[in-house]
Design a protein around this ligand. Structure first.
Ligand SMILES: NC(=O)c1ccc[n+]([C@@H]2O[C@H](COP(=O)([O-])OP(=O)(O)OC[C@H]3O[C@@H](n4cnc5c(N)ncnc54)[C@H](O)[C@@H]3O)[C@@H](O)[C@H]2O)c1
Length: 254
């Protein structure tokens, strides 16, 4: 799809990978709405980048519907949706004191990362399905963010990996179902990227994660995620696939 002039939604747009993608979309001429649970940060980022910032908790059906409607009001219906809202909360299934993980902890991670992504996908897809088709009959593209933790989840990542495994499992059936409308669905599975989410880890953990990347031996840059996101938007043959973006990193058990 030609990105210039198209309306786009970016969830988690206030920070990290979402923010970098929003910036790249704006630079490519898209009209971008940044949706984030942190509405103040979304508005501040939108002001800086040139877009509209909207408070939206992606786990809420009503909030997603309202945010998509507000963005439509401002920019017209979105043909590009990039799901970057997510949380990463580590925890063992059975902790060192022998206590089981609180069920709500598992539920919350799946709720935000998996159900939240599906929520925006379903609302945006319904909107896109009614649009006029563009070249090749394309109506839109929806991008999901998985993680390499979906494939090589570490000890302490049971909830996070399960949520991202759900994204991997969602990508193909969503692409197959929405193909009849000319809507593509694809996902990026990032390795380790230098974002505020990763900055939450101790310095030593960040250094060791970076050292584990075969090449280039460093953390990924949010702009590198954004570059792939924009390529997926532009390249109509990419559909139903999850693309690892990880410098060949395969995470060890711990
Ligand atoms: N940084 C990495 O190394 C890495 C690796 C693999 C996957 N990912 C995934 O990439 C995505 C973006 O991560 P990031 O590193 O940019 O993190 P980040 O913390 O910098 O940004 C995430 C954004 O999502 C927002 N958010 C959280 N819960 C939300 C909700 N319920 N509704 C709406 N917005 C919500 C946050 O406010 C924040 O602005 C996440 O899905 C994450 O799991 C990141």
């Amino acid at each position: 799809m030609d990105i210039g002039g198209v309306a786009a939604l970016v969830s988690g747009g206030a920070s990290g990978l979402g923010r970098a993608t929003a910036a790249a979309l704006v630079a490519a001429g898209a009209k971008v709405a940044l949706l984030d649970i942190n509405g103040v940060a979304a508005e501040a980022a939108a002001k800086e980048l040139g877009g509209v910032g909207l408070a939206c908790d992606v786990t809420s059906a009503a909030a997603a519907e309202a945010a998509v409607a507000a963005a439509r009001e401002k920019h017209g219906p979105a043909r590009i949706v990039v799901n970057c809202a997510g949380i990463g909360r580590a925890g063992r299934i059975v902790d060192r004191d022998g206590k089981p993980m609180a069920l709500d902890q598992f539920r919350q991670v799946v709720e935000v990362n998996l159900i939240g992504s599906f929520n925006l996908l379903r609302v945006a897809a319904a909107d896109m399905a009614g649009l006029d088709p563009l070249a090749d009959g394309e109506r839109g593209v929806i991008l999901l963010t998985a993680s390499i933790a979906a494939y090589d989840g570490q000890i302490g990542q049971a909830a996070y990996s399960a949520s991202k495994g759900g994204i991997v499992g969602l990508t193909l059936p969503a692409a197959r179902e929405l193909a009849r409308y000319g809507i593509r669905v694809a996902a990026i599975a990032p390795g380790v990227f230098a974002t505020p989410m990763l900055a939450g880890l101790p310095e030593a953990a960040q250094t060791s994660l970076a050292a584990g990347v075969p090449f280039p031996q460093r953390l990924g840059r949010p702009e590198e995620y954004a570059a792939l996101a924009l390529h997926i938007c532009a390249n109509r043959m990419i559909n139903g696939e999850v693309i690892r973006l990880d410098g060949a990193l395969r995470m060890p058990p711990r």
